[in-house]
Design a protein around this ligand. Structure first.
Ligand code: WT7
Length: 571
């Protein structure tokens, strides 16, 4: 049965009355929660970890880790000590405030220790998703002139150590053999490092983390966040994730993406809860058993994962005891009402959708525990956030009119620059006073926001942003490919899949083998999630007279829709 609104299920929550909070909220009040409010000494890693050592949280488990081969837990005190050691490892190498240090590792405790240690010496962390191949790693290290990278023996072959002039230090974890000359052993350095570290205090506006994300043109852009973001990470953790002292929190995102850092590192630890990290591959059994085994209470995941679990059938869910769950949330792509109903039926939980972006650094629009949910809606703006819909001239639109989703500038976790690219940064702020998201949406008369789509050609596959331009650029590097146009094709599980239209060079004929080969070429050259799941060969691709491939026309072909205005088409 479809209901229009899903009523509030539990009355217990940190946020009790949304309207009242929205009317009275002041970010300045949140500042009082941090130790720097008294001491003037700022550092995210200190606030997230070390500060708790002065409280009963000292010996509480901060990190509960599991993958196929390891199961370990670390208290706040242990994470403090290990990250101090890692900070000393970096300091010994001469790494100082503002340096870029990349972390290219699968989810293991060492990844978290490396991130925290990097922050403790004031360096900027660049997290890289473990599925990145050499070209993706090179682009990011090159653009940011990273001085160091922490990686694993298995991933090391994908780091082009000799092609990056700025890169001075390569720290390798998990090598079974002697490391080659010039490489540094994580284990060896950690064993020798002191656990006493003088933390590098920074300014609230100093760089914290650099997340590369895709746009519709050009290479991925380096979105820089600053330590000040902690204000938002703390407060959204309280009111959206609803953290309580005894919560066991599981964020399923990898720290290679912003959800995996803002809400997979900072927000839970600033709030002093226990966080579960699961490495290894997804399977419904692994996932459900993670919830059962660790008695996860708050679970933050993404629509694609929920759809995959839904696809595995209700029978699987019933084999596990998921009764520990008290709060479930979703982000990254549109959350279909069907999935919300599945959550009610199988988990006996409302799934709370929320909206934000790499660039926004923290959650901006959300469904709250104390608020009715309209399935399909992203919810309402967080207190302190002014969200609206504007037209293409920058005028605010009344309810129920579709337009550009925009946010009044100046929230605590907002990006502070696009690395090396002030012009790209400026593009988000073309209308004075507004950040324009690139999403289209409308707001209904009750103030709920409804996502409609991306305005640009950016593809969202399983919640991961893929820039069509990057994939096209890689495709044309293949000897058989003359031209390529890449679009997102709607998919029931992944939201969208990457689909490539390709015209071949003379002398090549379409075949299944060639298709596989091209797919593999992108997978190995760029990243698995960027490889086109579907390839269609065409003699010719639609182009503008200036030679730009018209993705809009490809999309219309794909969806069987009218192609619209073709006046700029080449022929
Ligand atoms: C884009 C941002 C924020 C962390 C994960 C994604 C889409 C995000 C929702 C949602 C519909 C959503 C938007 C946005 N998106 N949340 N709740 N409903 N779409 O971060 O990789 O920077 O992607 O993801 O299109 O612009 P990201």
């Amino acid at each position: 049965m479809k209901v229009e609104k899903i009523p509030v299920m539990q009355t217990q929550s940190n946020l009790q009355n949304y309207d009242e909070a929205y009317a009275n909220f002041d970010w300045a009040e949140v500042e009082k929660e941090f130790s720097w409010y008294e001491t003037g000494k700022v550092n995210m890693a200190y606030e997230a970890i070390d500060r708790h050592l002065l409280t009963p949280r000292k010996d509480k488990i901060a990190l509960q880790f599991i993958n196929d081969t390891r199961e370990e837990s670390y208290s706040y005190a242990q994470l403090s000590e290990l990250s101090n050691k890692f900070g000393n490892v970096l300091r010994k190498l001469g790494i100082v405030k503002g340096d870029r240090v990349f972390v290219f590792m699968p989810r293991t405790p060492e990844l978290y220790v490396s991130v925290l240690g990097t922050l403790k010496v004031g360096a900027i962390v660049g997290p890289l998703f473990e599925a990145f191949m050499e070209a993706a790693v090179r682009d990011r290290l090159e653009d940011s002139e990273a001085v160091a990278i922490v990686t694993t023996a298995a991933l090391l072959p994908r780091v082009p150590v000799n092609e990056l002039p700025a890169l001075k230090h390569v720290i390798v974890f998990g090598s079974e053999e002697e490391l080659a000359e010039g490489l540094i052993s994580y284990e060896k350095e950690m064993a020798e490092a002191s656990s006493d570290l003088e933390i590098q205090w920074v300014d609230r506006e100093d760089g914290l983390i650099l997340h590369y994300t895709s746009g519709s043109t050009g290479k991925p852009k380096g979105v820089l966040h600053v330590h000040n973001a902690m204000i938002q990470h703390l407060q959204t953790g309280k009111w959206i994730l609803d953290f309580q002292e005894d919560d066991i929190f599981w964020c399923t995102a990898d720290p290679g993406w912003v959800t995996g850092t803002s809400y997979g590192i900072f927000s839970p630890w600033l709030n002093g809860v226990t966080m579960v990290v699961r490495g290894g591959r997804f399977s419904p059994e692994n996932w459900y058993s993670t919830i059962e085994k660790y008695k996860v209470t708050v679970w933050y995941s993404a629509p694609t994962s929920f759809r995959m679990l839904m696809g595995a059938g209700d029978e699987v869910v019933k084999q596990f005891d998921l009764s520990s769950l008290r709060h479930v949330l979703s982000v990254g792509e549109p959350l279909n009402p069907e999935v919300v109903y599945w959550g009610l039926r199988t988990l006996n939980q409302r799934i709370h959708d929320n909206w934000w972006m790499t660039e926004t650094g923290g959650q901006l629009i959300s469904n709250y525990r104390c608020m009715e949910i309209k399935p399909g809606s992203m919810g309402k703006p967080f207190p302190g956030i002014h969200a609206t819909i504007i037209d293409d001239q920058g005028n605010e639109l009344p309810p129920n009119r579709m337009g550009n989703l925009a946010i009044r500038t100046g929230w605590p976790a907002m990006m502070r620059k696009i690395w090396n690219n002030p012009a790209k940064y400026q593009e988000y702020f073309n209308f004075p006073g507004w950040y324009v998201s690139g999403d289209s949406a409308y707001r209904d008369e009750e103030g709920y926001f409804w996502f409609q789509g991306r305005i640009d050609d950016v593809i969202n596959t399983s919640g991961e942003r893929v820039g069509p331009f990057e994939v096209e650029s890689k495709l044309v590097e293949h000897p058989a490919v003359a031209e390529a146009g890449v679009i997102g094709k709607p998919d029931p599980v992944r939201g969208e899949i990457v689909k490539a239209f390709i015209s071949l060079r003379a002398g090549y004929e379409p075949s299944d083998e060639l298709m596989d080969e091209i797919r593999k070429f992108v997978r190995e050259g760029l990243a698995a999630h960027a490889a086109p799941r579907e390839i269609e060969f065409r003699d010719k691709l639609p182009k503008t007279r200036s030679g730009k491939i018209m993705r809009r026309v490809l999309k219309a072909w794909e969806l069987g829709l009218p192609t619209g205005d073709l006046s700029t088409l080449e022929d």
